[in-house]
Design a protein around this ligand. Structure first.
Ligand code: AHM
Ligand code: MG
Length: 280
């Protein structure tokens, strides 16, 4: 596992450089979900693939930007599912973005995940590794990731990050979100799930939701590349992750690019969602 984390740190430094200095324009390609890819999405995907191709324990890679899984080492043990540059359209307005990685063994269901890593490219570059614990690392001047601390969520937080277009929300979802705000929670939502979830994790807790909407019944966020890895991080940090009714890590995608509604948070907020959603 260490060699995979090491490859991610090398890729992160290369991607940070690409974000800072290379072309932020669109390419002429679309990904499996139908998004037009930025040149940076493609470049980041290739950087990561290149670094993993040097790691014999990585059998297969599959990413948000690839139509299909790619075999790297026949004898390898792990499958890595990743979103190379999540929130990439925010680079234009100079907001933080991230890379998300799920390291799976045997299959690509939530229960096959054994480690999750994400990198935030903000004013600083930080990497969070969830394995038995959740550890925060920060890139230093010499290009090395230094351990900062373990991340542990409080039982209840103060932040509310509400995703998706409100006009597509179910009435009961709107009621739940309104009640949470009425209880004093503050809105925090940049539109980049990596910095938005990172903020909740580091500020002690709260709720991030990306629900089902009238035009996207299964939400927007992809299980294998985005939702499972963060569900793993939140559970290991002492919080929870659900699709409204079920634990995210019990879900099984039928296709690699499947999406799911999702809620990540500290325990009190997750209980609150479960109670409200159980009525519908
Ligand atoms: P992307 O993978 O195409 O960048 O999309 C994922 C992003 C997430 O980072 C973020 O939480 C979500 O899309 C925001 O969507 P919305 O603007 O609908 O709230
Ligand atoms: Mg993404």
């Amino acid at each position: 596992m260490q060699e995979i984390i090491q490859a991610i740190s090398v890729a992160a430094v290369r991607i940070k450089k690409a974000i800072e200095f290379s072309d932020t324009g669109y390419s002429e390609h679309t990904n499996k979900t139908g998004d037009t890819q930025l040149k940076l999405d493609i470049a980041s995907d290739l950087i990561i693939e290149e670094e993993f191709s040097k790691v014999p324990s990585v059998k297969t890679v599959i990413s948000e930007e690839k139509d299909e899984a790619k075999l790297l080492h026949e004898e390898g043990r792990y499958i890595v599912g990743y979103d190379p540059l999540d929130g990439s359209s925010l680079i234009d307005v100079n907001l933080a973005v991230g890379s998300i990685f799920g390291i799976y063994e045997n299959g690509m269901s939530g229960s096959d995940l054994i480690c999750a890593v994400y990198v935030v490219y903000g004013p600083r570059v930080e990497m969070v590794v969830a394995w038995s614990k959740v550890t925060l690392y920060r890139l230093n001047e010499s290009g090395k990731f230094i351990k900062i601390k373990e991340i542990k969520l409080n039982e209840k937080g103060k932040l509310n990050a509400t995703g998706a277009t409100q006009k597509g929300w179910a009435a009961y979802h709107k009621k739940l979100i309104d009640e949470i705000f009425a209880d004093g929670y503050r809105l925090r939502y940049s539109g980049g799930m990596v910095p938005d979830l990172h903020q909740i994790l580091l500020k002690g807790g709260g709720l991030f939701s990306y629900p089902s909407t009238t035009d996207a019944l299964k939400g927007k966020l992809r299980m294998v590349f985005e939702v499972f890895p963060f569900a793993f991080v939140f559970e290991k940090a002492g919080g929870g992750a659900i699709d409204g009714k079920r634990r995210i890590l019990e879900l099984k995608p039928s296709h690699l690019h499947d999406t799911t509604p999702c809620f990540f948070g500290s325990n009190e907020e997750i209980k609150r969602v479960l109670n409200e959603y159980a009525k519908h």
